[in-house]
Design a protein around this ligand. Sequence first.
Ligand code: FE
Length: 198
Amino acid sequence: MSGDHHGEAAAISAHVRHVETLLEQRGLVDPQELDRALTAFLAGSSPASGARVVARAWSDEGFRTRLLGDANTALPELGLSMGGGLQEQRLKVVENTDSAHNVVVCTLCSCYPIALLGPSPTWYKSEAYRSRVVRDPRGVLREFGFELAPDLDITVWDASAESRYMVLPRRPGGTEGLDEKQLAALVTRNGLLGVAAV
Ligand code: FE
């Protein structure tokens, strides 16, 4: 998808609604069944779920290793998944360190780990972010009020229909005494996408 993305998106949703109506009229699809599937898909999908995952990774070294190795098999340890009853999407969690920083984008359209984080923010879908973050990540992060140390390596991960990404931010200093709930409260959605420190 490129060009007039919003026009295309509107055309696609109109088309989907039309097909949905036809299927309902012919008794091929139960609207309540559809609602149930959607509700299941979105249950627990919010940035708070991503923050829980991060807080667990900061607190539990074994979980962190499993999460970075294969996020899809680690998420169910927290009762989370990338499927929510529908077909599961691949999630790769990329870790920020004191020498490497990660940022997430979908340059083609707006692929995003919706099943885990809920709907994507508007800026994530904007042409400006999608086209510029690859060419000038430091400049774009600066506009988010996030100044990266000059010696940090930046990797920009381009999401696709097959692969979605989430950032594991660095654990802030001075948080040794915090429990998982308190740690989760420090994590923002922007931090999960790499446009904020945490
Ligand atoms: Fe996309």
